[in-house]
Design a protein around this ligand. Structure first.
Ligand code: NDP
Length: 283
């Protein structure tokens, strides 16, 4: 084979791109597996998003991630949506398939993949804190995976109700809203607890969820979406009470693994990506 000097292209479109470490994580996997792909991190303002997608099409990109603020607004520029992205109405990963750009959402899928390493969500009762983008992605995947009951706990009534209506209307799960007013007591029949708020994210590392810690029962699965730092107060408190825990680094790594599989067809080693992120977050 003559050497090719033309790599396949992937990347990310967002605002605030300089703070996003995904490029380092994905390129570490490309290098480790000898994949002739590049990942280009692009700063794209909202009014240029259509042009950016057109550019990616013109250059034959294999696909790209979408981050804040493009996850919803990219949809009109794509040719179709995967199942969960259609239910969520949000895309974080576009994939070129047979000349068409299809929108997927890997945030919730990455979470689900991590969760399945310790528990199958089918038939389970879940309490999830938060109702923003991460909660929406996780809620839809949990519901499509067969979670029986999901309690959404959120401060803002409107945001919480919007997510409850979406899950009740478009998935088989039964979902209800509890407004977050004072320490929340987790019901004894709960099997999985998810923090999908931004509480505990760097630099606010001492923040704690307002929950009754005594209600974190032994054996409960407690998952946090916060990737930085991975050992949040919630994870530490839950461990101290004998819960099984899952940190946000696993979700971040797994959504990357799923995205790379969509673009290249290759299952990359999650440990390579995890190590790269740990290296970045520890400096
Ligand atoms: P949004 O801004 O869309 O939603 C934030 C949510 O957190 C809202 O429900 C908000 O409640 C709640 N919230 C924030 N602060 C507080 C507080 N002090 N007390 C109670 N509730 C609070 O953010 P996203 O959903 O996009 O992101 C949430 C977190 O998920 C981020 O920290 C992000 O880093 C993480 N994330 C992790 C990923 C991973 O791969 N590990 C992937 C994607 C996101 P209200 O509606 O009442 O304001």
């Amino acid at each position: 084979m003559p050497k090719s000097f033309l790599s396949k292209l992937t990347g990310s479109f967002s605002e605030g791109a300089a703070e996003n470490p995904t490029v380092a994580m994905v390129e570490a996997a490309y290098r480790h597996h000898g994949l002739d792909y590049r990942y280009i991190n692009c700063e794209v303002p909202p009014e240029k998003l259509g042009d950016a997608v057109k550019g990616a099409r013109a250059m034959g990109w294999a696909g790209f991630n979408l981050s804040i603020p493009h996850k919803v607004n990219v949809i009109p520029f794509l040719d179709g949506l995967g199942e969960s992205a259609a239910v969520m109405g949000a895309v974080n990963c576009a994939v070129s398939r047979n000349g068409k750009l299809i929108g997927e959402n890997t945030d919730g899928k990455g979470f689900l993949q991590s969760l399945r390493e310790i528990i199958d969500p089918t038939g389970k009762s879940v309490v999830m804190f938060g109702a923003g983008g991460a909660a929406r992605a996780i809620g839809v995947e949990l519901a499509l995976a067969g979670a029986k009951h999901i309690t959404i706990v959120n401060r803002d009534q409107k945001r919480g109700q919007t997510l409850v209506d979406l899950l009740n209307g478009k998935t088989p799960a039964r979902t209800e809203l509890t407004l977050w007013r004072g320490p929340y007591r987790i019901a004894a029949d709960t099997e999985v607890v998810v923090n999908a708020t931004s509480i505990g994210l760097y630099p606010d590392v001492n923040a704690r969820l307002d929950i009754d810690l005594g209600s974190l029962g032994k054996g409960l699965v407690v998952a946090d979406v916060i990737p930085n730092p991975p050992r949040t107060n919630l994870i530490k408190d839950a461990e101290a009470r004998g819960c099984k825990t899952l940190d946000g680094l696993g979700m971040l790594v797994n959504q990357g693994v799923i995205g790379v599989k969509y673009w290249t067809g290759v299952d990359v080693d999650p440990n390579i990506m995890k190590r790269k992120l740990e290296e970045i977050f520890s400096t």
